[in-house]
Design a protein around this ligand. Structure first.
Ligand code: ADP
Ligand code: MG
Length: 601
């Protein structure tokens, strides 16, 4: 403990609250100041370039949540820029309806973008990676074809004039200031999402989908919200783009441009706001600096991408992330502080037991579990042991809703526990860890733990977007609870460290901290002692014991017989998917068949 606190002194709450995708703030302010100072140069050409940068960033800021945070490969996002540009221009020109003022047209474009953002995004709910990428590209092609073909409205290949903003925004510098202000607003909005439970849920869906489900995160709902936001921002960027260009034709919306947006996020790095912002700046500047190479821009992007992927896989964000550099002590000791559980869990009465009756599940011809009965009692530790392949993990997966059993029933007290529905378990206060720890490597340990509390969030997406008081209050509570959970498992000193820098044993304790966020009524642990030292196992045992003493019913799958016999109240032994024996540790220890089949002489 002491060794750990040396490197990471306990931070004040205020300092801790600042920690998030926007810290440090100064690079953002510096970029903004440079933009605002452009009129001093008197160079209108550069004024236009910086304006374009700001407009691109409005789009990339939203796209960043989809690509960088949620990990969805939306490469055809130029489609939404096109939709926004044409919607704004057509409405302002009055081609179909009486002409609208530019700002009203921009607002309508935002709405259209929200709708089409969902349309473009929907395939992501079913298709993975490249298949989704191809659908976004296909959508971009369709949009371009429609703008070409729908001549009466869009002007076809001849194009259409972009909207004019009213005075004083119709000058180079006025428009620059407007775009910079709007870009700053978008930075703030997307950063608010990124550091809310929604942002954490996005990276959880990306890097640890099953853990996200177990924490009650509903991926489709979450993604649709983000598609709405990103679509609206992209379409409004389109409206501003049309204003900047003063005249648009379908060939302004090239595949190169789409690649630029996508690559800006990739070279920026996943799960960062500043990285993709710098990526956008660099990619907008690149053709200007290398003007003679303009014809090579696609090639340049590809080369740059290759270099970055090979040389710094984490992108710019990883380079500038201080969490990567601070050295961690070599010999760290995990010292759980079960006393922290008093503040975290309190003394709860969990009213009823979790029961399984006659559960059967086969994979192909193999009966992985075959008529399992089990009862997990609140306040007790129930050990589930058996040789490899005897169905222990499968049993946990059935309880946590990943598998639907063919026969049998589950209940909490008198209430049936529905099969399937893994996202519903967190709401029922059933938490679990995994045989292989599921973590978000690039997020801090603290953020990883906070994900466990997602289901308790009350502030909605709009509240998070605007960082309204209830949202900020809730974040403070989440963070305080996560710090308590980390203290309880003995990782408080590593809260700010990236999770992928932790040792294996620490990850096991981190997963337990994540489950504690839920104040679980039932806790399912899948081989938590695997890979731990003897001393760590002893501490783990005391921690589990203590958690159960606070009212939680623990189901402990383990191989270490000592741990099981030390801390369990009840033990069930599985063999080939069947219950071989059940009883107290004392009974199991001398059970003939168990001894001969499993424990050895
Ligand atoms: P344990 O956790 O006790 O080691 P498991 O529950 O993981 O055992 O596995 C029980 C049996 O079910 C094994 O024979 C295993 O091969 C099989 N099994 C588990 N999961 C799957 C799956 N997703 N598909 C096919 N077979 C599986
Ligand atoms: Mg297993």
């Amino acid at each position: 403990m002491d060794a750990m606190t040396e490197t990471a002194p306990p931070r004040t709450e205020a300092a801790a609250r600042l920690a998030g995708p926007l810290t440090p703030l100064w690079p953002f302010l510096l970029l903004l100041a440079i933009g605002l100072a452009m009129p001093l140069t008197g160079n209108e050409y550069w004024g236009l370039i910086v304006t374009r940068m700001a407009i691109y960033w409005v789009l990339v800021a939203g796209l960043n949540l989809i690509v960088g945070y949620a990990g969805q490969l939306a490469i055809g996002y130029v489609a939404l820029l096109t939709i926004g540009a044409y919607t704004t221009s057509v409405l302002a020109a009055g081609n179909v309806l009486p002409p609208l003022p530019a700002f009203a047209a921009l607002g309508v474009a935002g709405l259209a973008g929200a709708v089409f953002g969902v349309v473009v995004g929907l395939p992501a709910l079913r298709l993975r990676t490249f298949y989704f990428a191809m659908t976004t590209l296909g959508f971009a092609t369709i949009v371009t074809q429609i703008t070409l073909a729908w001549q009466d409205v869009t002007g076809g290949g001849i194009g259409i004039a972009g909207p004019m903003l009213p005075e004083p925004l119709d000058t180079t510098w006025g428009f620059l200031y407007f775009c910079l202000g709007f870009a700053a607003l978008c930075t703030w909005l997307t950063a608010n999402i990124a550091r809310s439970r929604f942002g954490r849920a996005l990276v959880a869906v990306r890097d640890a989908e099953v853990a996200a489900e177990a924490s009650g995160i509903h991926k489709p709902k979450l993604l649709v919200l983000v598609f709405i936001l990103a679509g609206a921002l992209a379409a409004m960027a389109g409206g501003l783009f049309a204003t900047l260009q003063t005249y648009i034709t379908p060939d302004a919306f090239t595949f190169d441009l789409s690649l630029l947006f996508f690559i800006a996020v990739l070279i920026g790095g996943r799960g960062s706001i500043l990285g993709p912002l710098l990526g956008t700046v660099i990619l907008t500047l690149l053709p200007e600096i290398a003007a003679p190479l303009a014809a090579w821009s696609t090639f340049l992007y590809a080369a740059l991408l290759l270099v970055i992927v090979l040389a710094m896989p984490g992108g710019i964000a990883a380079l500038i992330d201080p969490r990567n550099r601070r050295k961690l002590p070599e010999h760290r000791v995990i010292t759980p502080q079960p006393t922290a559980l008093d503040a975290l869990l309190g003394r709860r009465e969990v009213p009823a037991s979790l029961t399984l009756r006659g559960i059967v599940l086969s994979f192909g011809g193999v009966r992985a579990i075959d008529g399992v009965d089990l009862e997990v009692t609140p306040g007790q530790v129930h050990g589930l042991i058996g040789p490899n392949g005897s169905g222990k993990t499968t049993t946990l997966n059935v309880i946590s809703g990943y598998y639907r059993p063919e026969a049998g029933s589950m209940a909490i007290g008198p209430a049936p526990l529905p099969a399937g529905e893994p996202q519903g378990r967190a709401g029922l206060r059933i938490a679990r860890t995994f045989q292989t720890p599921r973590l978000i490597g690039e997020a801090s340990v603290l953020e990883n733990v906070m994900i466990g509390g997602t289901t308790d969030g009350r502030a909605g997406f709009a509240e998070a977007l605007l960082a309204l008081p209830r949202q900020r209050q809730e974040e403070r509570e989440f963070e305080a609870r996560a710090r308590l959970a980390l203290e309880a498992v003995g990782l408080a000193g590593l809260a700010e460290v990236r999770a992928d820098r932790l040792q294996h044993s620490e990850l096991r304790f981190m997963e337990i901290a994540r489950t504690l966020m839920l104040r679980p009524a039932f806790l399912l642990l899948d081989e938590p002692a695997a890979g731990l030292s003897t001393e760590e196992i002893r501490r783990l045992g005391a921690l589990i014991r203590s958690i159960s003493r606070h009212g939680t019913g623990v189901l402990l799958v383990e191989h270490h017989a000592d741990l099981i016999f030390d801390i369990c109240d009840q033990v069930t032994v599985l063999n080939l998917g069947k219950v071989l024996a059940a009883g107290t540790p004392a009974e199991i220890r001398v059970h003939k068949e168990v001894v001969s089949a499993y424990l050895g002489a």
